[in-house]
Write a protein of this length. Structure first.
Length: 271
């Protein structure tokens, strides 16, 4: 009996020693130092490695950017309808006059159609009687003209373009490009093509210079470009969504000519 008791004690001691040895050599309980690599996410932000397996953290959920609205083109509206091209909103209020030649009749003068419309932008609004024979009318950086009017249930087609020339209202156009850099942790000379700055699709806000008053906002396209029609003056342009990375410094712009070009570079935080 005594021999059995001693044998049991010996087995228990051997088991305890094995447990201690296994715990001491269990690498999963040891702290792991991850490398300082960073991965560029689709939204332009960067994430590092973490966790026991040094895997990259998950990228933020990508919210699809709004499809940029065309800043020029044709739009057809009936009476009481409204539509927009870019930041310009057009409402057809009524047909004021239709002196066109009747169908099937030869006339010396073709006549005209006068349409009461309301133009609305983020800066101002204006009611206007527009004629089908008028030259393009300038409003807040746009030029609007009537190209066709159907008879019966009246439908008016407007042609809208950006006003690239200096207008009577002292309005100009700011065109810009927003890019992200650096793209690679290590930049070499000469730069590698895959590490070149990439276009950044993001929000653009324009403020009056020296104040927090928002004047106009828009969205860059997938090519990182944007276009804004604004009255002449001094502005501050802020790109990005306000996150730590990418970070975009505000850019001061003095709009005094018909067209002003702006380049905005945003920092990805990759080092």
């Amino acid at each position: 009996m005594r021999k059995i008791y001693i044998l049991l004690l010996l087995l228990a001691a051997i088991g305890a020693t094995a447990v201690v040895w296994l715990n001491t050599n269990d690498k999963s309980t040891q702290p792991i130092a991850c490398t300082m690599e960073a991965k560029l996410c689709p939204d332009g932000s960067a994430v590092g490695r973490s966790g026991p397996n040094c895997e990259f953290a998950e990228c933020p959920a990508v919210v699809p950017a709004p499809v940029p609205v065309a800043t020029a083109g044709d739009i057809t509206l009936g009476i009481g309808q409204k539509g927009n091209v870019g930041d310009l909103n057009i409402t057809v209020n009524s047909i004021v006059q239709d002196s066109r030649c009747p169908v099937g009749v030869q006339c010396i003068w073709a006549g005209e159609v006068k349409v009461n419309v309301t133009f609305l932008s983020k800066l101002k609004t204006e009611a206007k009687v527009l004629s089908s024979i008028d030259k393009p009318y300038s409003f807040d950086g746009y030029r609007i003209s009537i190209t066709a009017v159907t008879r019966g249930e009246y439908r008016v087609t407007f042609h809208v373009t950006l006003d690239s020339k200096t207008t009577v209202g002292n309005t100009g156009v700011i065109t810009g490009l927003v890019t992200l850099s650096p793209i690679c942790p290590v930049e070499r000379m000469p730069p590698e093509p895959q590490c070149a700055p990439k276009p950044y699709q993001t929000k653009i806000e324009v403020f009056s210079s020296g104040s927090s008053k928002l004047v106009k906002s828009t969205q860059t396209g997938s090519d990182g470009r944007f276009t804004l029609a604004l009255p002449f003056g001094d502005y501050t342009i802020q790109a990005g969504t306000g996150t730590i990375h990418p970070s975009c410094s505000p850019v001061a712009v003095s709009l005094k000519a018909s067209t002003t070009l702006v380049d905005i570079s945003c920092d990805t935080g990759i080092r």
